[in-house]
Ligand binder design. Sequence first.
Ligand SMILES: [Mg+2]
Ligand SMILES: [Zn+2]
Length: 319
Amino acid sequence: MHFALDVCVTGNPNGWPAIQEHVVDITEKVAMPCPPHRPAPLSLHQKQREQRRVGQGGRAPPPQSSGNMAAPATSIGDKRFLIFFDFDETIVDENSDDAVVQAAPGRKLPTWLKDSFRPGHYNEHMQRVLGYMAEQGVQEDAIRSAIEKIPASPGILALFQYLRAHPRDFETVVVSDANMYFIETWLCRVGARQLFQKILTNPAAFDSSGRLVLRPHHSHNCARCPENMCKQVVVQDYLAQRAKERGHPFQRVFYVGDGANDFCPLLTLGPMDTVFPRRDYPIHKLIIESQPMVIKPSVVPWIRGEDVVDHLKKLAEDR
Ligand SMILES: [Mg+2]
Ligand SMILES: [Zn+2]
């Protein structure tokens, strides 16, 4: 997956905003499909269903294409609910920015690089980390493999299975301050890329020298959030865009997250909505410490993905 990010940078030498706009634009169009040599593994449930069909004399369905960017086959206009997922320590049980360091020489970063981190500038820091790894000869295969090895959070794949079994009810979206390459790589690995209608994150692509280049998702004026991403603005914009396209808003919005940067988007959710904070993680503590009435959605802490499934089941049955 090499495309012309470096060309866009050198082609716009005069300023960051032009680069940023251009890169976001191309990333929308060329976001990575799952690699063809790595078909999405079928879930056990799917395998059993297919074996039954074949056994009954029916034809086996064609293999699923794994994760192109086309909209899912089911109609997307009539879904009742929208569920947002954070990625690091929510979908996956580690931070992908830490996990990628497993591909660095000696599986660690030099002290000068660790010390160069400035609070609020995490994206820039990761850019330096990925630059260092490229200089050390770490190639895409090693990075991909480190990301693919990250374990799923407990019960998250069961939650994905539930959502996949209810395609008419749920539109599913990632909102993450990781990056497009890590997220798509991991979702492809577990065969879940197609579940997600949209991945809202920092654009990322390998340049011609083999370095993974990150770009900020957007710019915003929120004082609480890092300069490359305010998830409240991202969530608000997405909800407004989808309400316009559908002609009406979603009945309910859900948000599953763990981090301090998942708190800002909760301020835009309403009383019909639900936030699922990972129990005892920073977002949960921030919610507990927040003033009464600041958070309007219901709060349902989770330890396992099945806790989220249980709650969604109750709401989905309530037509
Ligand atoms: Mg997180
Ligand atoms: Zn914010």
